[in-house]
Design a protein around this ligand. Structure first.
Ligand SMILES: [Zn+2]
Ligand SMILES: [Zn+2]
Length: 895
């Protein structure tokens, strides 16, 4: 391996010059540049009306049902073990159709830390969801620190969701694709100090008596070290015992509880085709038995167990097939629930596994090339002397291109290479080469927040959880509530008034992992306090992985476009680019004030998409010209009312003279007050502003984003007709491109979040302002801690585990974090100490960066969207970026 690396050096230097420009944010596909510049000349001739696009976005089937009951009597809780937002994204693209879970109307995000560490295992994660309390690493529904000697003591057991359901007279059920005694199901119906006590966990099921248990693991019942025959004992308790799919099916019309375990240890993988029964059918059987046994209601827990296992194996296609397998079961449950008024369906995860990202071949291949090609890159992740041919089931490549269905409703319909690339985090992949083979190789879990989807009675309460233990509290409360006929009523309170003002905050490159890192470093984020949440796709027409121009165009205009294109889109697949009117233009035409604030250049892709029409984002001087002609094109005396940002070098003297002729006050420092009665252009620097760490609220030449937002709001608020303000935290993206793993990135996130906090304060005072915070695209960041991966020695590439890579250790701010009291539990942390955080990027990216100066790529991971204020609920139904642009356009034009 060492030899290969040094031999590669020369090639790498040559390649880097060729590739760097392509990989950088500014990349523009040559194919559309020519046709686009032709179209660019037609700017003044023809501007497409904004509105529903003839191609893309897909019409997402988000359920519009009204919930007729305040409390559910039936509850189906899905846990996708290890299912992060990248798994949801990858599985959706793999079938060219958004997952059924994305059609559930309520979305949330929650932290998953355990009692004493940042990154959880499945037992502590499931315990939080099952009991509403945190526990120690590998603990199963016992109080933190409970050892084997005290686990039988009821004082040390945490009461569970299943206990709450039973006390309200409801039956319970467990379905998993693993052994039924595995960590996740165990937390709902067992109390043990360690998840490895499979035989003890089976005994606990005898006392909990779930009405139905389906999955695998006969050996923990019939081949026990204590020689007990638990199947016989379950039978004497009235259970039907089934050990094959036929027997399970035959038991459905019978009576009494059912235990159906169809494999000796675990079920084979979803892709093997050897599962005795699909998860979907198991859910159907479980629901049938529960309805029969408990007409008054039930709680069913369903685990997609093996998403996590595929993640541990660094097997992207495995993550996809297991996620799709669970989603088919979710689709069944939703179909069932939608015919009733009393059923709540919840889909979530216990944690993310592997730091997975969704890339595309054009991006991934450049990095792989710098590592010597796919084959060599794969070999770099294998232990010395590992012979692939000698293994029946060799270690899978961590970077895999997967074909996307050619004619898809959902995906890059114009892509020349219609494939998706799945890839994993640096520590997990890089450490495999150091693996000694003594145990199965296992990638690390991460501490990135996971999504929650909910539909049915009380669904809005469910997604209000900010942490997995809060989710557990809510579920327990709902399960123990008595069925209340009087509570059956429509949940909708009629249409909300339209917001007068909209503040759109765009964190460039800000994904769920960046938000997680920001949260753990600062203890709280205003962005995460916003009540409405959604998850949206960001792909371009021609690329799965979008850039800021294509994605900002989607947000600004409601039309999906191509990478590198600003404010233009084709009307048909493969068609010429045409200028599209933005929501900001629409707002200006309707007499609203408009504003743009950014920490990058005002001619940069994101702000530009709101006022310019250019085939290539690199035409920044022309974009400055478009700023000048924006008002004229709208038939008004001037364009944007207030613009604050960098980019002075793109505004020529003649531009500035012409702007002054439009009555613009042009300044190079941020004034204390922007005089009313005239438009303002504030140019703070030649290109972007200095990084957040070097700016302050008091520095007029280099202010914080919050100070800039404050000035803009004070100016805009003076008009009764309302305003539309776009605020971009532009340098989060730059820090991520620079593979910043420390305070540089965290300062940018905090700078953006402080501006969001300011906007929220303004909105709560004004009462008629909607605040939206979102991102244009994700990167490949993920969040690790100082324990998970280290406890099992699966961190070989890191210095702490004998490797050469120095992680940057970041403090975790337990103050303010929800349910983080245990972070000071030093007696449980041992030598690992209190939680700290380490940030990592995708392996191929960080591995290349170790050799040559090269930035990181964007990813296609779905991004979070937050909204707060009038009609925020409507934003919660957005699943695709152009839908946001369409909503903004409808609002701007007065609907
Ligand atoms: Zn970027
Ligand atoms: Zn795991």
């Amino acid at each position: 391996m060492r030899r290969m690396r040094s031999a590669m050096k020369f090639d790498i230097r040559v390649l880097v010059w060729a590739s760097a420009a392509l990989v950088a944010c500014q990349s523009t596909p040559n194919s559309s540049a020519e046709q686009a510049s032709r179209a660019g000349e037609r700017v003044s001739e023809r501007v497409m009306e904004a509105g529903p696009a003839p191609i893309s976005p897909v019409d997402f089937p988000v359920s519009g049902r009204v919930d007729y009951q305040a409390r559910p009597s039936r509850m189906i809780v899905f846990i996708g073990d290890g299912m992060g937002h990248a798994a949801v994204t990858a599985a959706s693209y793999a079938q060219s159709e958004p997952l059924a879970m994305l059609g559930m109307p309520h979305v949330g995000f929650m932290t998953t830390h355990e009692h004493e560490f940042l990154t959880t295992d499945s037992a502590a994660g499931a315990t939080a969801i099952a009991t509403g309390h945190k526990t120690h690493f590998e603990g199963v529904s016992v109080r933190p620190g409970t050892g084997p000697e005290l686990e039988r003591d009821p004082e040390h057991q945490l009461s569970t969701l299943f206990g709450a359901a039973a006390s309200a007279g409801r039956a319970t059920g467990l379905v998993a694709t693993s052994r039924i005694t595995h960590a996740t199901p165990a937390a709902f119906a067992a109390h043990r100090s360690n998840r490895g006590q499979y035989e003890d966990i089976a005994l606990d099921y005898l006392s909990y008596k779930p009405a139905v248990m389906l999955g695998a693991g006969t050996r923990f019942f019939a081949e026990r070290s204590d020689k007990r025959d638990l199947f016989a004992e379950f039978e004497s308790e009235g259970y039907t015992v089934a050990t094959s799919a036929e027997e399970v099916r035959a038991a459905v019309p019978g009576e009494g509880p059912l235990i159906g375990l169809m494999h000796r240890s675990d079920m084979p993988s979803a892709s093997s085709g050897e599962r005795a029964m699909s998860l979907e059918e198991m859910v159907k059987v479980a629901v049938d038995v529960l309805e029969r046994e408990s007409p008054q209601g039930y709680v069913l827990m369903v685990e997609g167990s093996q998403i996590d296992w595929a993640g541990h194996d660094l097997d992207g296609p495995g993550v996809v097939s297991e996620t799709l397998d669970m989603d088919r079961a979710v689709a069944y449950a939703l179909g069932y629930a939608r015919e009733r008024t009393d059923t709540l369906v919840v889909v979530t995860a216990d944690h993310e596994t592997g730091g997975m990202s969704v890339l595309d071949p054009p991006y991934a291949s450049r990095y792989m090339m710098l590592l010597g090609g796919e084959e060599r890159a794969y070999r770099m992740t294998l232990p010395e002397g590992y012979d692939v041919a000698a293994h029946e089931d060799p270690l899978p490549p961590s970077v895999v291109h997967q074909a996307l269905p050619k004619v898809g409703r959902f995906g890059p319909v114009e892509a020349e290479d219609p494939r998706m690339t799945t890839s994993f985090g640096f520590m997990s992949v890089g450490s495999r080469a150091f693996w000694d083979g003594s145990r199965r190789y296992s990638a690390s879990h991460t501490a990135v927040m996971v999504p929650i989807f909910a539909e049915g009675p009380a669904a809005a309460d469910v997604v209000a959880a900010r942490d997995n233990a809060q989710l557990g509290e809510t579920l327990k409360r709902l399960a123990s509530a008595p069925d209340d006929e009087a509570a059956r009523r429509p949940g909708s309170a009629g249409p909300e008034p339209r917001p007068k003002n909209v503040i759109l905050m765009v964190g460039d490159g800000l994904g769920l992992a960046s938000l997680s890192a920001g949260l753990y470093s600062r203890g709280a984020l205003a962005t995460l306090s916003m009540e409405t949440r959604a998850l949206m796709a960001t792909h371009a027409l021609d690329r799965l992985v979008n850039d800021s121009a294509g994605s900002a165009t989607a947000i600004a205009t409601g039309r999906r476009s191509r990478v590198g294109v600003v404010g233009m889109a084709p009307a048909t697949v493969g068609g010429d680019l045409l200028p599209v009117r933005s929501a900001l233009a629409e707002a200006a035409l309707k007499g609203k004030r408009t504003g743009i604030v950014t920490t990058t250049s005002l001619t940069h892709a994101t702000p530009a998409a709101f006022f310019a029409h250019r085939a290539s984002r690199s035409q920044e001087a022309a974009i400055a010209g478009d700023f000048l002609t924006f008002g004229q094109r709208l038939g008004r005396s001037h364009g944007v009312d207030v613009a604050i940002g960098g980019g002075a070098r793109y505004f020529r003297t003649s531009h500035l003279d012409a702007l002054r002729a439009q009555e613009y006050a042009v300044s190079t420092e941020l004034p204390e007050v922007l005089a009313s009665g005239q438009p303002h252009l504030v140019l703070l620097g030649d290109e972007g502003l200095p990084p957040a760490a070097k700016r302050s609220a008091e520095a007029p030449g280099a202010p914080t984003l919050a100070a800039m937002t404050d000035r803009a709001l004070n100016y805009l608020r003076e008009d009764e007709r309302g305003f539309f303000l776009v605020v971009e935290g532009g340098q989060i993206d730059w820090a991520l491109h620079g593979l910043d793993r420390g305070e540089g990135l965290l300062a940018e996130i905090a700078d953006f979040d402080a501006a969001v906090a300011l906007a929220l304060t303004f909105a709560s005072e004004s009462g008629d302002t909607l605040v939206i915070a979102t991102s244009d695209h994700d990167h490949t960041l993920s969040v690790l801690d100082n324990h998970y991966g280290y406890h099992s020695g699966h961190c070989g590439v890191m210095k702490a585990c004998g490797g050469t890579f120095e992680g940057i250790t970041l403090p975790v701010a337990a103050e303010g974090l929800v349910n983080a009291q245990g972070f000071t539990a030093s007696e449980l942390q041992g030598d690992f100490g209190a939680p700290t955080m380490t940030l990592q990027y995708d392996w191929i990216v960080q591995e290349v960066a170790r050799r040559v100066q090269m930035g990181g790529p964007h990813s296609a991971n779905m991004v979070p969207l937050f909204a707060s204020g009038p009609r925020a609920g409507e934003l919660g139904r957005i699943r695709d970026q152009p839908q946001l642009g369409q909503w903004l356009t409808r609002w701007a034009s007065g609907h």
